[in-house]
Write a protein that binds this ligand. Structure first.
Ligand code: PLP
Ligand code: NAG
Ligand code: NAG
Length: 566
């Protein structure tokens, strides 16, 4: 120690006076510590060192963030946990959380006031009529008027189209017990699945050797594609810890995929005015571990299409695959031009785009449970598949997350494509975009609120600089409107579906927004109540793990079959 300090000192004798002063100070500490420890035995020093190392290690383990928790989130969480330990404050916060949890459960149980839950399989089976009666009764439990187009997204087809409803139930009843895992038993289902993929590829101008799969929904499409790119990076490019780079507005399914696949996910900021991903930030996020870039077309929150061509160019430059999340827009985008709403250049024609997801169960008007994941090249799809060669149950190969799957969801999806046809989808797209543009124009005129960015498809997000926008969505819910709340920045959106194209629906919405906004503006600074308060609180809680625990409580409550005594 002594000699080392001397050597360093010697090195710096001609250096800055600062260095000298620093070394003098250091030497002072050395002497001070040595004097203090002169009474200690070496063994005591060794034990003390081990104990300190052990403590530091424990602290470090507790401080270690999960793979995708930012440093800032981690610090916030730690600070908040410390705050929770302050007796009075901790007690207060704990009570508030408890109240919120109870409110969440009460809300979920509210449709079942006079209901009993089946908690055991009935001893004697019901007759067909009895079961159907029960189903009808259950269908009537909702107090939200989704059949009248009061809901954002959720139901994309026109639920009053009896032709389509009957077709779907007929196809379902014919194919209810089929399973594409057994292609030999159900070759017809296999043919339908291959045809759904091929037809969708052609809508997206895919190259000759492009390929894909039918999945159970957008989330599964995204999960499988992320797995494909992760393993492609690992096994072909030798990247040990592949990372994904996604706009912060990309669907939460990417975070879910990152969790499930133990991948790092980097969220790239958006431009505040256009709400498109910031290309400089995306460029900066790229490093040698990045295995995929993502563009949303459009993104769920604000309905904005990211600069697909620019992202694809980045992908080409750095040889990174580029995914276009067209889950939401999947069955609008290919028909926009033919509907007379200008050109959207965001499919396989864009050089560098290597995969696209498109949900048939949204604007494809198929019943829920189907989506298509497409790749420009089979080399990617191979890594989506899973093969077990040595299983005693036989060589097992399956393309998706599920093993056994429903042939009926594939058949109804296929039936929907055939029933609507290209022109049917053009007609639907025209109706939906006409309604959306009308809403966009009218909402932009209303004083006190604004529309985020320039949405070109079916989603319009609304914010306000004058009052807390969650108040407006809360007030709208008392008029029966069920909208999607947004955070960071706060807002809500309406996702326009065929349900909103019925004459009168859009007008009613605009009238309600006008009236309620004017009312709020008369007294813009009132405290939030009800759901808006819960959501508002959730946005401002610095410890996101607390928000997460509330969300888990919601999921637990989802399965509740008993009323809490209150
Ligand atoms: C709906 C949606 C998804 C996938 O969601 P699922 O509910 O699993 O079908 C993915 N991305 C966007 C932009 C979406 O809107
Ligand atoms: C549906 O529920 C409402 C309210 O509980 C009730 O008035 C109505 O009769 C029900 N309709 C049917 C068809 O059961
Ligand atoms: C964009 O918005 C975010 C969040 O509202 C804010 O933190 C940031 O400063 C804004 N950036 C610019 C350039 O205005």
């Amino acid at each position: 120690m002594d000699s080392m300090l001397n050597t360093i000192e010697a090195l710096f004798t001609t250096g800055e006076p600062f260095v000298n002063r620093f070394l003098q100070a250091l030497n002072g500490y050395r002497i001070y510590i040595n004097t203090k420890c002169s009474n200690l035995e070496p063994i005591q020093l060794i034990f003390a060192t081990v104990a300190i190392m052990w403590l530091l290690r424990k602290v470090k383990l507790r401080m270690t963030p999960n793979l995708n928790e930012s440093r800032r989130a981690l610090i916030n969480r730690k600070l908040f946990q410390m705050l929770m330990k302050v007796p009075f404050i901790g007690h207060y916060i704990h009570n508030e959380i408890q109240k919120t949890k109870e409110a969440v459960e009460k809300e979920l149980m509210s449709p079942f006031k006079n209901e009993k839950f089946y908690v055991e399989v009935p001893r004697n089976g019901y007759s067909v009529d009895e079961v159907v009666e029960e189903v009808k009764r259950y269908q009537n439990l909702s107090r939200i008027k989704w059949q009248e187009g009061r809901v954002s997204g959720a139901v994309y087809a026109n639920c009053h189209n009896d032709d389509l409803n009957n077709l779907m139930s007929t196809v379902y009843s014919i194919t209810a017990y089929t399973n594409p895992l057994h292609a030999d038993i159900f070759p017809g289902i296999r043919k339908m699945e291959a045809e759904v993929v091929r037809m969708t590829l052609s809508l997206f101008n895919a190259p000759e050797d492009a390929c894909g799969s039918v999945t159970a929904g957008g989330t599964e499409s995204i999960l499988l594609m992320c797995k494909a790119y992760r393993d492609y990076a690992r096994y072909v490019r030798g990247i040990q810890n592949p990372e994904m780079v996604v706009p912060v507005t990309a669907h939460a399914a990417f975070d879910k995929a990152a969790q499930m696949l133990s991948m790092k996910i980097k969220h790239v900021a958006i431009d505040n005015n256009s709400m498109k991903v910031n290309m400089n930030a995306m460029r900066k996020a790229i490093n040698g571990n990045v295995c995929m870039l993502v563009a949303s077309a459009p993104g769920f929150p604000h309905g904005i299409i990211d600069p697909v061509s620019e992202i694809a160019e980045l992908g080409l430059k750095f040889s990174i695959p580029v995914h276009v999340d067209c889950c939401l827009g999947g069955f609008l985008v290919p028909f926009v031009e033919k509907s007379g709403f200008g050109e959207l250049y965001c499919d396989f024609r864009v050089d560098g785009v290597t995969s696209i997801s498109a949900d048939t169960h949204k604007y494809g008007f198929a019943p829920k449970g189907s989506s298509v994941i497409m790749y420009s090249d089979k080399k990617y799809r191979h890594f989506q598949f899973s093969v077990q060669t040595d299983w005693p149950g036989g060589v097992y190969a399956s393309p998706n997350v599920g093993g056994s799957r429903s042939g009926a969801t594939i058949a109804t999806c296929w039936a929907s494509l055939l029933y609507h046809g290209f022109d049917g989808y053009v007609k639907a797209t025209k109706a939906i975009l006409t309604t959306t543009n009308y809403l966009k124009e009218e909402l932009s005129k209303i004083e006190g609120i604004f529309v985020y960015g320039e949405p070109k498809l079916s989603v319009i997000a609304v914010g306000s600089n004058r009052f807390n926008i969650l108040r407006l969505s809360d007030d709208l819910s008392t008029k029966g409107w069920n909208l999607n709340p947004l955070q960071f920045p706060p807002g809500f959106h309406i996702c326009v579906t065929l349900m909103h194209t019925t004459p009168g629906v859009a007008n009613n919405f605009i009238e309600d927004v006008k009236t309620l906004t004017a009312e709020i503006l008369r007294n813009p600074n009132v405290k939030l109540k009800g759901a808006a308060a819960i959501y508002g609180t959730a946005q401002s809680i610095p410890d996101r793990s607390l928000v997460s625990s509330l969300a888990l409580q919601y999921l637990d409550s989802y399965y509740t079959t008993t009323f809490s005594s209150d």
